[in-house]
Write a protein that binds this ligand. Structure first.
Ligand SMILES: Nc1ncnc2c1ncn2[C@@H]1O[C@H](COP(=O)(O)OP(=O)(O)O)[C@@H](O)[C@H]1O
Ligand SMILES: [Mg+2]
Length: 240
């Protein structure tokens, strides 16, 4: 399996369109806030991390144990590291740390910050409030990444504000075309085209399940010295 390869699925294309749209927005008229949401296993986190590496964006993942202050400290650390700033101890009140972040961000207009696992913030209104303030006080693009109900939850948390979220991008089930692309690009074995429909059916368009299936196909092909994996060989593997 090509571990670091990322295929350009329809979701990836739509996600890239969203970021470009937000970067090119009329900045005085629109805030730079967007959201990617969808079922688990559709490639949201992978997209977020890969885009951050490739395009020099900031990536931060919320954690269940994060309190408001620890979120701001972590964000400041990551932004400083990202911009190559010296690693000095972070001290001061929650509000001091918030202002340190703002002071940096107002000097870097086109910074894109992707916040993964935003669902954790729905139980912590202060984290959500600080994200809202950062969006308002800077020209940064902030992309929130969450589960399928994240859009509703965001609007429920603060409809007045998050109505202004300028772009919602729902990651969809992986299509047969996407599966064909992944079959060509990810495993180190040829896969017959007839298997694509089968894989769509058993994985229900879930990338995590697809990756497991491709791994099974690849290891079985190696064990049996198969150069092209065909429908007839499906009986050799078990796909769950
Ligand atoms: N575009 C892609 N190309 C190849 N593999 C991908 C791609 N997107 C996701 N994956 C793989 O699919 C699995 C699920 O992706 P992940 O980003 O964790 O989904 P989500 O965050 O939506 O739950 C991971 O193993 C990931 O490496
Ligand atoms: Mg994820």
């Amino acid at each position: 399996m090509k571990q670091l390869a990322m295929s350009t699925t329809k979701n990836v294309i739509n996600g890239q369109k969203m970021i470009q749209y937000l970067l090119n927005r009329p900045k005085t008229e629109m805030v730079g806030l967007g959201m990617i949401y969808g079922q688990p296993g559709l490639g949201k986190s992978r997209f977020a991390k890969q885009q951050a590496i490739m395009n020099d964006y900031v990536y931060i993942r919320l954690e269940a144990s994060m309190a408001h202050k620890s979120f701001l400290i972590r964000l400041l650390e990551i932004i400083r590291f990202h911009l190559g700033m010296s690693k000095t101890p972070i001290y001061g009140s929650t509000n001091d740390i918030y202002h340190k972040i703002i002071d940096i961000l107002i000097n870097y207009d086109n910074l894109v910050i992707i916040i993964d696992e935003i669902d954790y913030a729905f139980d912590n209104k202060r984290i959500l409030g600080s994200i809202r303030d950062i969006v308002d006080e800077t020209l940064s693009v902030i992309i929130l990444v969450g589960m399928s109900n994240a859009r509703e939850k965001l609007l429920m948390a603060d409809a007045h504000y998050f109505d202004r979220c300028n772009y919602f991008c729902e990651f969809q089930e992986i299509s047969e075309d996407d599966i064909r692309l992944l079959c060509n690009e990810i495993p180190d074995v040829e896969i017959e085209d007839r298997i694509v429909t089968f894989l769509k059916k058993v994985t229900k368009g879930n990338l995590r399940k697809l990756m497991k299936a491709l791994y099974s196909i690849e290891t079985t092909s190696k064990a049996y010295d198969i150069s092209e994996f065909t429908v007839e060989q499906l009986k050799l593997i078990e796909i769950s």
